[in-house]
Design a protein around this ligand. Structure first.
Ligand SMILES: Cc1cc2nc3c(=O)[nH]c(=O)nc-3n(C[C@H](O)[C@H](O)[C@H](O)COP(=O)(O)OP(=O)(O)OC[C@H]3O[C@@H](n4cnc5c(N)ncnc54)[C@H](O)[C@@H]3O)c2cc1C
Length: 412
């Protein structure tokens, strides 16, 4: 049977678009094809199971892509306030931690349930365990081949996401491959919001330590991005919010890539040096293995001193100004050579994707194929950590729903 709308993927953008379509016109037939046994699998693991559903400070500077301005229209038309209204009407009020919004239940699974209930109540047909294997444009509409048979739609909305989270969350990259076969250009995909691997000799010694620091991402010695927050040392490298934020850039750079940690960003170098000089005087009889006790994480302090070539069995009296300057420089710039990242499977979002140049920003419709729409992560737009990616899924999904309604009306 020819459906009005076929949606590939019952994730954030697909479910949101399906609900919006039926809310606007209950008469149109909407079918979602989802390869996993359950809908919204990825939503249910977002925000460590709490779902950071949007952010109060949605602005284009938190988004990335070859042409970031593509996202502007959708993000403005369906902004975070409208997301809040949308979910309120589905029974999910928001609460805020600083600018980050969460469902009041703090349960990501409840967001999936609310979307699922609304889609069912509105008459959206959802077919799970149905994997799309091909798309063929017809004279008027699209033939969608799946492992459960063939479907036909007057319009097609592609909401299949990309690679982040891996197969268990439904991400395999089969739909981007189909779109490439149909002639769509793909912008190189790399993991973003992901832990960074570094040379391991130092981080291994610091494993488990969390410290507030300013993380500077440097490429061939030039600072590319800096973020402040809690950095976590791991046996493979670095993690924590500032590292996740800079990881997008790190994954896409070539040449020498380093993360430089400023452990005392609130102090200028000369101020810190003065403090160290004073400290060495006051604690002159103390052995160096306790020199930083009370000022810095003990193990981290000891590691910094060792990296400066100092003997922990010596006393602070042995620290001359040259040695203190070296210690100070390291505290202001503890450098780690980046060797990679922990991969798509551990990343929260994929940078890159199907080029937005092939789509209209106001309707999300393809410029190549009339009646074919795309929304969410599959497009070359990704956001920073903090609710920005789900907001893109909601905004682009709702915008696509408007585009489809308009297209179907015009076609009549
Ligand atoms: C661990 C983790 C935590 C995250 N936390 C947050 C957070 O707190 N806040 C935030 O804003 N963002 C977060 N994100 C990112 C956010 O979840 C995604 O950006 C968002 O879900 C993308 O929505 P989407 O609709 O484009 O794709 P998805 O939600 O990935 O949905 C795509 C759907 O398409 C289905 N599909 C794929 N291929 C096929 C096929 N061939 N046939 C049929 N179906 C198919 C998949 O099974 C999937 O259900 C997180 C991501 C991860 C992995």
């Amino acid at each position: 049977m020819l459906k009005d709308v076929i949606i590939i993927g019952a994730g954030a953008s697909g479910l949101c678009a399906a609900i919006k379509l039926k809310q606007q016109n209950s008469a149109i037939s909407v079918t979602i094809l989802e390869r996993l046994p359950r809908v919204g699998k990825k939503i249910s693991v977002t925000g460590n199971g709490r779902c950071n559903i949007t952010n109060r400070r949605i602005a284009l500077d938190s988004y990335h892509g070859e042409k970031t301005s593509f996202a502007e229209f959708a993000l403005k038309k369906y902004d975070n306030r409208l997301t809040e209204d949308f979910f309120y009407m589905l029974g999910v009020p928001f609460v805020f931690e600083e600018n980050k919004a969460f469902p009041a239940s703090f349960q990501a699974s409840s967001v999936v349930d609310a979307l699922r209930f609304a889609a069912d109540e509105l008459g959206v047909e959802t077919l799970t365990e149905t994997r799309v294997t091909d798309i063929s444009p017809l004279k008027s509409g699209y033939k969608i081949s799946t492992d459960k048979g063939v479907f036909e739609g007057k319009t097609l909305l592609v909401c299949s996401g990309l690679y982040s989270g891996g197969e268990k969350l439904g991400c395999s990259g089969d739909v981007p491959a189909i779109l490439k076969r149909l002639g769509y250009r793909a912008v190189k995909a790399t993991p973003a919001i992901v832990q960074l691997k570094t040379e391991t000799d130092v981080v291994r010694r610091l494993k488990g330590i969390k410290i507030n620091a300013l993380a500077r991402l440097q490429n061939n010695g030039k600072t590319v991005r800096k973020e402040f927050g809690e950095v976590l040392f791991c046996d493979y490298g670095l993690s924590g919010p500032p590292i996740l934020q800079i990881s997008r850039n790190a994954s896409r750079l070539e040449g020498k890539i380093t993360v430089c940690l400023d452990l005392f960003p609130e102090k200028q170098g000369n101020e810190l040096l003065e403090e160290l000089v004073k400290r060495a005087e006051i604690l002159k009889d103390r052995s160096l293995d306790e020199f930083f006790t009370g000022m810095l994480n003990k193990r981290l302090g000891q590691t910094v001193l060792k990296l400066c070539g100092l003997l922990l069995s010596d006393t602070a009296a042995s620290l001359d100004i040259k040695a203190l300057k070296k210690v100070c420089d390291l505290l202001k710039g503890l450098e780690f050579k980046v060797t990679g990242n922990t991969g798509f499977i551990n990343s929260q979002v994929t940078a890159g994707g199907i080029s937005t140049a092939e789509f209209y920003d106001k309707t999300m419709m393809s410029k190549k194929h009339k009646g074919l729409f795309a929304a969410g992560e599959i497009l070359d737009i990704d956001g920073d950590c903090g609710g920005f990616n789900l907001q893109w899924a909601w905004s682009s999904g709702m915008c696509a729903a408007d585009g489809i309604i308009y297209y179907l009306k015009e076609k009549k």
